[in-house]
Design a protein around this ligand. Structure first.
Ligand SMILES: N[C@@H](CCC(=O)N[C@@H](CS)C(=O)NCC(=O)O)C(=O)O
Length: 202
């Protein structure tokens, strides 16, 4: 088993934190995104979409999409369950993880890509789209703040994949200096607690 990843990228980080929470260590192959290693023919045989991370199993099956990789490990290594256990928990985790991904992590990534032109060698860069995406992330953050005012973690009492998604999005937004309201009280308190978990250290 091998994980093809870029540890510094948001989705690489998402899987790394998840694996650390589970106490799983597997061999990794670092992919240099800047140099376009993810676009090479060899990599595309593992993921035709040319994105990291990709998990390659012993039998050669390749699983791309960070949430799909995390789900695989949640089932294979039960404790702690990070996608919930009961029907209700699983639905809440799915809801909050999708909200965190679609309404925050993705717009933050789009803002980065289209405002910096970081991948201008491989995609059209549309600064207006970058601004609109940053605006979406800015407007959504207060909704997460409201949720975290009434709940210890995003999906309920337990720490889950939804917290990893939002925290990784926030860490990436901070590092890349996106213009967002970082001082929201509940998000700030929650972020301090979550990002100081050992799994976020590397
Ligand atoms: N939905 C995918 C997104 C994967 C993705 O966009 N990965 C980025 C790094 S965070 C990437 O490979 N970028 C390289 C590129 O766009 O060329 C997932 O959850 O894994």
């Amino acid at each position: 088993m091998k994980l093809y990843t870029t540890s510094a990228s948001p989705n690489g980080k998402r899987v790394n934190v998840f694996l650390a929470e589970k106490g799983i260590d597997i061999p990794r192959v670092e992919i240099d995104l800047r140099a376009g290693e993810n676009l090479a023919l060899d990599f595309r045989t593992r993921n035709p979409f040319g994105r990291v991370p990709v998990l390659e199993l012993e039998n050669g099956t390749c699983i791309a999409e960070s949430v799909a990789i995390c789900r695989y490990f949640d089932f294979e290594h039960a404790e702690p369950m990070l996608f919930g256990t009961t029907a209700l928990e699983q639905a809440m985790v799915e809801m909050w993880n999708r909200r965190a991904e679609l309404n925050f992590l993705l717009p933050v990534a789009q803002a980065f890509r289209h405002l910096t032109g970081y991948f201008k060698d491989r995609e059209p860069v549309v600064p207006e789209w970058g601004q609109a995406s940053e605006q979406v992330a800015r407007e959504m953050l207060p909704l997460f703040d409201a949720r975290l005012g009434e709940s210890r973690h995003l999906a309920g009492d337990a720490f889950t994949i939804a917290d990893i998604t939002l925290a990784v999005g926030l860490a990436f937004a901070r590092t890349t200096r996106r213009d967002l309201p970082y001082d929201l009280p509940n998000v700030s308190r929650w972020y301090e607690r979550v990002s100081s978990r050992r799994s976020f250290a590397d």
